[in-house]
Design a binder for this molecule. Structure first.
Ligand code: ALA
Length: 876
């Protein structure tokens, strides 16, 4: 029987022997593709190669790609073909071979290599694809009645835009017993009889932003063979969950919760086994649970699994325990799982704990709402409620939907989305305008790229190619206009890879008085540079020759900060561990931030050690060497390649002595010494398991130190001590303050005693009992209690009601002696009856109760009411 590892290997070898370059799986995080949240197909990371935007390292590539798809999450566990995490085997051709090879090789692999029974194979093609029909029939020999034409055999694009085309699928007939029984059950049916194992896409089109399908420069092939399904077939199992990919997880899970046959037990177990793989792989690739984007996908999957765990009867901590079998089964193929195992487990554990709290609060709240709806006979939970659960309890809407559905109630998703949108709108507007520019494919520009000379030079003579204003092409711009300029070449670095865009100036040549102040530079996904700026003088039009000059001082500071991020990353990996990997960054001229995976806050000691290490790397003054090389060679040399870095056939490797070697397209100082100085200014969490360091380098770091020293100097002058004595001096002041506060408290007490005596004299007497109702302006709740206690000492029997106003707020206090409690008086009840008069709420014990309120103007009314209550109950 085929082992899963051997199967994976046999596929890759099969295509290697057909001259394909085997590449390791790409990260689950898409690079430079704002239309895509996660990698969900083998071809997704290769989009630029299909589109001809980047040169592939080979015209034939084969991979086993990690994929996550969360759109069909509800079907996971119920069918044998839905998974959130799965592996996709694929062979790809970029303008090399086409249908004939793709089809015949797929057959050869399935029938000759894997020895699957050809009598059980069916194929589907796109309705109009005569070419594919002929190849299947004549070259492969599939009987025509087993070639099914399907209208929807058209694949892609993945994400909003990208390569796509008609496809052809290989299906394996598992036999009558798997059929749904419908008369028209055949390949393409939704049931489990005909398993679609391999999808061959004849990728000839690209869908653009306007929704048009345009031919790609070259015809390509993209195939996807579902690995889990293949293992299922080759091991003759009922579903992938019974194969060795899942059984170690399922066995442990059943051991933890005790097998409970019947009900939804089996399905829940499968869902959890599926989800834990997605969780482990996403965390390993540096995605941290959060409320945005892919972080939210992860959080949703994690919370769903955590909740199911509760249903299955497991203990908290069970999810993190399930990470072990995932790492054991898959860690050999995907070493990132092994490297980050502890990190993954810690984050899962933290999320589980947090979710437990959320779940308790949210479930109670939701149950209440659902009860109410059911009572009223309604069937829809409003968008506002769903949003409130999401916003205040961190409840994913999908979970609300599931829990509501369990009680026959649906949710107003539209209303929820509207509220969510409103909340995000403002923050997004800015980001969006940049994104549109970044992916400006709809502009119809007549040129394809901008030559970037900014690695070597800070100024260059260039030609203006196009000018945009508010997104429209214009033929001329005047003084005062804010415009976007395209040049044939530029020294301006365009915002990308975390580094901000350059600013500077463009000036006319040959006496042309033109002057444009450039305030930002953006790089589009197609590699065009957009210079945004304001015309200060003269006119600008396409065809003008200009001198483009980067603000050099600012750029040099940016370079210092960028180089410092590399040293920081090296130091973090040295001091915290190799699980640290970059999760994002922003490099500016006056500070930078660096996001990375790590499970807990850094200690003060760790921060100092990191700062020392980076500064000593700076002082070593190692040259910063940048080389262009082949992507594979770079990885072989151990260069760190991270999210946000662009991959292509040739990559830039930035080396700083022996400390750091990273793939990076940014601009850098010439040597580490140029960075000058480094200081961390803050460290905190931005998502579970993702930390953010903000730091300064170069002149900004010097300024930071100068400013800090100035503050110390001022302090030392104020305190009249020298620097070293400042802490002890502050300690003394603090002790002094505490002492004074104590004295003040004692004085307050004394005053309240004196006032209590005063009040006592105003007490009304009924037999043995004394009734005290008094306003004590300025008395805090604490003082009122003191006064109450004093008064109670003085009277054997009675009721005390005090009312005060402090800082515009009302306070009330009631005390009742035990003998009167027996007679039916109750301090708590009095307070709960009188506090509404001052817009307050309160209550307490029978002998003592307090309340605050917002309306002190009605304190007198409250006292009056108290008098009535007391009088009333006493006379009873
Ligand atoms: N890209 C194709 C798929 O995912 C092969 O099915």
């Amino acid at each position: 029987m085929w082992k899963s590892n051997d199967l994976r290997e046999s596929f890759l070898e099969f295509f290697e022997s057909r001259k394909h370059l085997r590449m390791p799986s790409f990260s689950l995080i898409p690079v430079n593709d704002p239309t895509l949240l996660l990698i969900g197909a083998g071809m997704a990371p290769l989009k630029p190669f299909f589109k001809g935007e980047e040169e592939p390292p080979s015209r034939r590539i084969t991979t086993c790609q990690k994929c996550v798809r969360a759109d069909d999450i509800e079907r996971v566990g119920r069918t044998s073909r839905h998974h959130t995490f799965f592996e996709m085997l694929g062979n790809f051709s970029f303008g090399d071979y086409y249908k004939e090879e793709a089809i015949t090789w797929s057959w050869e692999y399935m029938i000759e290599k894997l020895k699957l029974n050809p009598a059980r194979m069916w194929v589907t093609i796109h309705t109009d694809d005569e070419e594919a029909f002929k190849i299947w029939k004549n070259m492969v020999g599939v009987p025509p009645d087993r070639i099914i034409r399907l209208e929807d055999n058209f694949w892609g694009p993945i994400g909003l835009t990208g390569p796509c085309g008609p496809c052809s699928e290989l299906c394996y007939d598992r036999g009558e017993e798997w059929s749904c029984g419908r008369d028209d059950c055949k390949p393409g049916c939704d049931c489990d009889r005909y398993v679609e194992v391999w999808n061959l896409v004849f990728t000839g089109l690209n869908k653009n932003e306007s929704g048009e399908y345009l031919p790609l420069p070259d015809k390509c092939i993209d195939t996807g063979l579902g690995f889990e399904r293949l293992v299922m077939l080759m091991q003759d199992k009922k579903s992938p969950f019974e194969t060795e990919l899942f059984t170690p997880i399922i066995n442990l899970l059943e051991e933890m919760c005790g097998k409970k046959p019947g009900g939804n037990f089996d399905i829940s177990v499968k869902i959890v086994a599926d989800h834990i793989r997605a969780i482990a792989f996403m965390l390993a690739d540096g995605i941290g649970p959060s409320n945005e984007g892919r972080g939210y996908v992860l959080r949703r999957i994690l919370r769903r699994a955590a909740r199911l765990g509760k249903v299955l009867g497991t203990q908290t901590g069970y999810l993190s325990a399930l990470v072990d079998p995932v790492v054991e089964t898959m860690g050999g193929i995907y070493p990132e799982l092994r490297e980050r195992k502890d990190y993954i487990k810690t984050i899962v554990r933290q999320e589980e704990n947090n979710f437990e709290k959320t779940l308790e609060q949210g479930s109670l709240f939701l149950a209440e709402k659902l009860d109410l709806l059911l009572k009223k006979g309604e069937t829809i939970l409003s968008g506002e409620e769903v949003f409130r659960l999401y916003d205040t309890c961190g409840f994913p809407w999908e979970l609300t939907r599931e829990m509501a559905a369990e009680r026959g109630i649906s949710i107003d998703l539209e209303g929820f989305n509207r509220l969510l949108e409103e909340q995000k709108e403002r923050a997004r507007a800015d980001q969006e305008s940049k994104l549109i520019l970044k992916s400006c494919v709809s502009l119809n520009l007549k040129f394809a790229s901008t030559e970037f000379v900014g690695h070597e030079r800070m100024s260059v003579e260039a030609e203006v190619l196009e000018i945009l204003m508010d997104g429209n092409m214009i033929s001329e711009a005047q003084e005062g206009d804010i415009i976007d300029i395209f040049l044939d070449r530029t020294p301006f670095y365009g915002e990308s890879g975390g580094q901000v865009g350059d600013t500077g100036i463009m000036e006319g040549l040959n006496g042309n008085p033109l002057r444009v102040e450039i305030t930002d530079t953006i790089k589009t996904l197609d590699g065009l540079y957009i210079h945004r700026g304001k015309v200060i003088s003269g006119k600008i039009m396409p065809g003008n020759k200009v001198m483009a000059r980067v603000n050099e001082a600012r750029r040099k500071e940016i370079m210092r900060h960028h180089s410092a991020t590399h040293l920081l990353q090296a130091a973090l990996r040295e001091i915290l561990g190799k699980h640290v990997s970059q999760a994002g960054s922003l490099v500016s001229h006056d500070y930078f931030r660096f996001d990375f995976s790590h499970y807990q806050a850094l200690s003060a000691d760790e921060i100092t050690r990191i700062e020392r290490m980076v500064n000593s790397m700076i002082q070593e003054n190692q040259p910063i060497i940048i080389t262009e090389m082949n992507y594979d060679d770079a990885l072989k040399k151990g260069a760190l390649a991270f999210f946000g870095d662009k991959y292509s056939q040739t990559v830039r490797v930035v080396e700083m002595g022996a400390y750091s070697r990273e793939l990076c397209g940014g601009t850098h100082a010439a040597s580490t010494g140029e960075i000058g100085c480094f200081k961390i200014i803050s460290e905190n969490a931005i998502a579970a398991g993702i930390r953010r360091i903000e730091a300064v380098a170069g002149m900004s770091a010097i300024e930071y130190f100068l400013k800090s020293v100035q503050i110390l100097k001022n302090l030392s002058q104020d305190l009249k001590v020298n620097f070293e004595e400042i802490p002890s001096s502050i300690e003394r002041l603090k002790a002094h303050l505490k002492e004074s506060e104590k004295e003040m408290d004692a004085l307050r007490k004394e005053i309240s005693i004196l006032r209590a005596y005063d009040i006592l004299s105003s007490a009304r007497e009924v037999g043995e009992a004394k009734f005290i109702l008094a306003e004590v302006p300025g008395a805090t709740q604490q003082i009122m209690r003191e006064m109450g206690d004093r008064l109670k000492e003085k009277i054997k029997s009675g009721v005390i009601i005090l009312a005060s106003e402090v800082d515009g707020k009302a306070s009330l206090l009631a005390m009742v002696t035990p003998d009167l409690i027996e007679k039916g008086l109750n301090a708590g009840k009095i307070i709960s009856q009188i506090s509404p008069l001052v817009d307050g709420k309160g209550g307490g014990r029978a002998d003592m109760a307090q309340a605050g309120g917002k309306n002190p103007a009605r304190l007198k009314d409250a006292l009056k009411k108290a008098e009535e209550i007391i009088g009333g109950s006493f006379s009873q």
